[in-house]
Ligand binder design. Structure first.
Ligand code: GLV
Length: 323
């Protein structure tokens, strides 16, 4: 009998077709399925799970007694309880590397869109309000040659620094768990403490993974430390930011504007007060969402899955499993 796989969200159809040759695949297109009978049946029988952002909790694992591997189609893995997975000898994998350049494009694009107010001005043109010349209140701010502070200089942070340095002549400050010598040499990035980065940057770009240490790393105090003229960009995880504090920072003028790709709750509720503000540009968590990149991530996640279920070590294994 073919091993059984539960596919739960954002796995490329071509990859699913390939998997179907060797596995019995049950597909779900969304992940709000706990309590759903079909989902629970698939979970009960699953040898492997592949997909995006399903919260792998103890409760879910209790309902999946055959599970051997969980393969995220994402680099982030804050949805996985790694300790619990290891305890149960279940492998966990992610998809690092293949999304670095694509995500850096998106996050740098968000920075440009926020600084130059692109969505707001697009709306003015499309709604026929371009009847007089642009007013000074509608001007954007320069990006080139300004100071960019990157919190989290991992591979995606470095790809953002590359764009900022070579493309826009920006001065780069960064804060990270450890110093990144390569970014210092290649992009002339300067390591500094968080306080100093917040005080000196014209753009603050948050790129850290979500961990216990980073939850609400940006709160009221941090926004107050930023320049009133500065722009905050979040390309990491919503839970790394205190959204209420961001709202007040934006309405009180502690910071000039924000661009965010991620929210505390996703999809964010329609009545999130942030959505009412003029000085915020929002995206629906699309850092890696291009046709090419989504395919490459699905493919890498499937490679992890196949390797793991065939008794090998998946290339992107996140946890130690004693056999
Ligand atoms: C996207 O947010 C990812 O973690 O891959």
């Amino acid at each position: 009998m073919k091993p059984k796989i539960l596919v739960y969200m954002r796995v490329d159809d071509r990859v699913i077709n390939e998997l179907e040759k060797d596995f019995q695949v049950t597909t779900f297109s969304n992940h709000e399925y706990l309590g759903d009978k079909t989902f629970e049946q698939a979970l009960k029988e699953a040898d492997g799970i592949i997909g995006l952002a399903l919260n792998i909790t103890k409760e879910l694992l209790d309902a999946a007694p055959n599970l051997k591997i969980v393969c995220n189609v994402s680099v982030g893995y804050d949805n996985l309880d790694l300790k619990e997975l290891s305890k149960r000898k279940i492998m966990a994998t992610n998809t690092p590397g293949v999304l670095n350049e694509t995500t850096a494009d998106a996050i740098f694009g968000l920075l440009l869109a926020t600084a130059r107010r692109i969505p707001e001005l697009d709306h003015i043109v499309k709604t026929g309000q371009w009847n007089i010349s642009l007013q000074p209140e509608q001007y954007g701010i320069d990006v080139h040659h300004k100071t960019l502070g990157i919190i989290g200089m991992g591979s995606i942070g470095s790809a953002i620094a590359q764009r900022a340095h070579y493309g826009f002549g920006m001065n780069i400050l960064y804060h990270n768990r450890s110093q990144n010598k390569e970014a210092e040499e290649k992009y002339q990035a300067t390591y500094c403490e968080l306080d100093k980065l917040l005080e000196q940057s014209d753009f603050v770009c948050l790129m850290v993974p979500a961990t216990k240490e980073t939850v609400k790393i940006m709160g009221a105090e941090q926004f107050k430390q930023m320049k009133n003229s500065a722009i905050f960009i979040n390309g990491s995880r919503g839970k790394n930011v205190d959204e209420e504090a961001l709202y007040y920072a934006l309405i009180n003028g502690d910071i000039h504007a924000a661009g965010i790709d991620v929210f505390t709750e996703e999809p964010t509720p329609k009545d999130n007060p942030l959505l009412q503000l003029r000085n915020i540009v929002t995206l629906p968590h699309i850092g890696s969402s291009t046709t090419e990149c989504e395919y490459n991530m699905s493919k890498l996640a499937a490679e992890n899955l196949v390797k793991g279920l065939r008794g090998g070590k998946p290339p992107c294994l996140l946890n130690e499993i004693d056999s």
